[in-house]
Design a protein around this ligand. Structure first.
Ligand code: KG4
Ligand code: ZN
Length: 335
């Protein structure tokens, strides 16, 4: 068992998607079916547990690609039914909150949750585990999706998030070598961020990243016409990352100020972005405490789903055998 109470954490990455520049739903579903059984056996061996040690089966029921979700839900149903165990369908994004909590004792409600993944961007207030108030969300692209799309437009490989971060780091290194030479070369908008926003307006917490992607594309196009995109990719990536971080950090700061919740729990794949963690910490200053996941638990993983399922199991919840995979499953416990 590790220091977070995780006995084993098996991850099967699907490299097959990279060649297509994104996740191919059909391949994802088939790979899940192919690897699930062996993965569970592998994890149980590593954890040194037998079937009789299992108290319940947690599984992601949504949201996401329905084919991949169905593979997991059906496997979990079959296993739980055969062993007479409780089945617990988990919401993927609630899982991300539990993922961060696994690593930090301080990450307990009440807190402000900032969830940033490839499919979702949510700002919420957690009053208790399982009881949430949605403050804001993206009106179009998720933050991770914007990273991936911008990376693609700049000719960087999939997944784009880590590539943008690396390009931004190169830009910062070049800038400090040139003593500030390239600073401010590009300036992108900060969508839905205005000093005129007032608490109570939906725009106070909502976000939008699609226009940012378009703004990058417009600059890229112009640079291509001038024959100079390659030399500008790092600086453009850096400014894009700054814009996303500015928006996310300021919306989160507002939430802390308005709710009086000091603790901020960050979750989702984009939480791997070190500039985001830095920007949040800077913006919160001494008015908030930031709890961010390590890269291992920021990225989609089964430990976070198990943690969310354990909470619901302890409360006596059970999912019915008719549990279905839902592509657009609603966040649970919203007031
Ligand atoms: O939560 P996650 O692993 O899967 C989903 O639930 O979507 O998040 C994946 C997303 C991708 O869009 C990926 O580009 C982004 O997280 N990501 C990053 C970084 N590492 C992963 N985005 C920005 N900076 C990173 N270092
Ligand atoms: Zn995720």
């Amino acid at each position: 068992m590790d220091e977070n109470g995780i006995r084993a954490l098996a991850i099967a990455s699907q490299d097959a998607h990279a060649a297509f520049g994104g996740v191919v739903p059909e391949i994802a579903a088939r790979e899940h079916i192919r690897s699930l059984d062996a993965m569970v056996r592998h994890a149980m061996r590593e954890a040194e547990v037998g079937h009789e040690d299992i108290a319940g089966v947690g599984v992601t029921a949504g949201p996401g690609l329905v084919g991949a979700l169905l593979a997991g839900v059906n496997w979990a149903k079959a296993y739980a039914f055969a062993r007479g165990l409780p089945l617990l369908g988990v919401h993927h994004m609630e899982g991300h909150l539990f993922g961060t909590a696994l690593e930090h004792d301080g990450a307990h409600p009440p807190f402000i949750g900032l969830l940033v993944s490839g499919g979702h961007t949510l700002l919420l207030e957690a009053r208790a585990w399982g009881r949430y108030r949605l403050l804001g969300q993206t009106r179009d692209d998720a933050a991770g999706e914007a990273f991936d799309k911008v990376a693609r437009r700049l000719g960087l490989p999939y997944p784009g998030g880590p590539q943008i971060q690396r390009a931004a780091e190169r830009s910062a290194a070049a800038r400090s070598a040139a003593a500030g030479g390239a600073a401010g070369r590009f300036r992108l908008p900060r969508p839905m961020l205005s000093r005129r926003d007032r608490p109570g307006d939906p725009a106070y917490y909502d976000m939008s990243f699609s226009g940012l992607k378009t703004a990058v594309a417009r600059i890229a196009e112009q640079l291509e016409e001038e024959g100079g995109l390659a030399g500008a990719v790092d600086d453009l990536a850096a400014e894009f990352q700054e814009a996303v971080v500015d928006v996310l950090a300021e919306k989160t700061r507002r939430a802390v100020e308005q709710t009086g919740c000091r603790r901020v729990v960050l979750g989702g794949g984009v939480a791997r972005n070190s500039r985001l963690r830095e920007g949040l910490a800077e913006r919160l200053g001494s008015s908030g405490e930031l709890y961010a996941p390590s890269p291992r638990l920021a990225t989609d993983n089964a430990a976070m789903i198990a943690a969310a399922a354990r909470f619901r199991l302890a409360r006596g919840e059970r999912s019915p055998w008719s549990l279905n995979a839902e592509a657009a499953l609603a966040f649970p416990g919203l007031a």
